[in-house]
Design a protein around this ligand. Sequence first.
Ligand SMILES: [Zn+2]
Length: 359
Amino acid sequence: MPRTERLGVLYDRLPIIDVHTHTSGPDDDGDANDVVHTMDECGVEQAFCFAPMLSVHSLGLTDEHMDDIRRHNDYIAHFCAASPERLLAFAVLNPNPALAGGDVEQAVSLMEEEGRRCYDELGIRGIKMVPDRWSPDDERLLPLWSTLADLGMYVAFHSGIFLDERSSRFCRPASYEGLHRVPGLHGHLAHLSWPWVDECIATLAMETFHAGENGKDRWQLKADLSFGCPADWQIDSVRKALDMLPADMLMYASDVFWPCDPGRYLEQFIYPQLANFETAATLARHTPESGTADRIALRRNVFYDNAVEHWEAATRGKPQQLQRLTTAPSTPHARPRRSHRCQSFRAPGAGSNQPTQSM
Ligand SMILES: [Zn+2]
């Protein structure tokens, strides 16, 4: 049962977990209680909250930015400590060799050390990573995956095209096969890896041949359905995922940048995603018919249960112990918040020849 009674705005009080949300630092995020307010109003029980990204491009990183990474991780622990039952903090790690004078192995041990600090000192149980100048299947990263698995940390990975126009080749879904060498590691691939949706589905499907015995939750990797795809790709992508993958591999996510008022969160994320999911489920070959109890259960799995089970499996049930500081740490090199209009993917032609509506 959802922890928060009476939460849920839809007729069946569908409980929701959002497995992909962003913060941008104390200047942009506002009060964490406002995030919880939006969640209350929209029926979202828990949100995975990622630490701010760096404003410095990966090609411009140097040893000095290690301090920024630590600061951003301190900040996300502080932010989520306002409501540790609802906000799940995700630290950012990045084994980019540029952070260690060009030495990959050194970068890997720096990140192992930072991962341990996040777990032991900050009480964080989640990690967000964007492969950039490193690839998840590089053998030199195995010690990092083992450390995170041993600690019991959930790892959310960016997968798919990357907005900086320079790093997408590191984010191809098939390169995540490398994680299967560390069976204790649990996490998910974001955006169903658009535009490599088929490759993502195939990569995840291979896990079904090697399912573990991990109780209810058998998978190392799941996928989030946040909008990587432009609108006209979405239904087909979700339909293919439902056709091919076990339904417990798919999870609702918004990719919102906080803060977001309840009206916009419902209109921009929950309603469109529910509509996409329902249409895709109706079109898919093996899904339960609409109007049946099984269909209601499938919806609830994708919007809630699949995330709960995966988080529990990754963290082995160890709750966060988040450290709140007296003042929020500053994050001078955080990437500024993405504007409302840039939060959903648009076809490049759309702005010039279609009416825009502000919300
Ligand atoms: Zn994102």
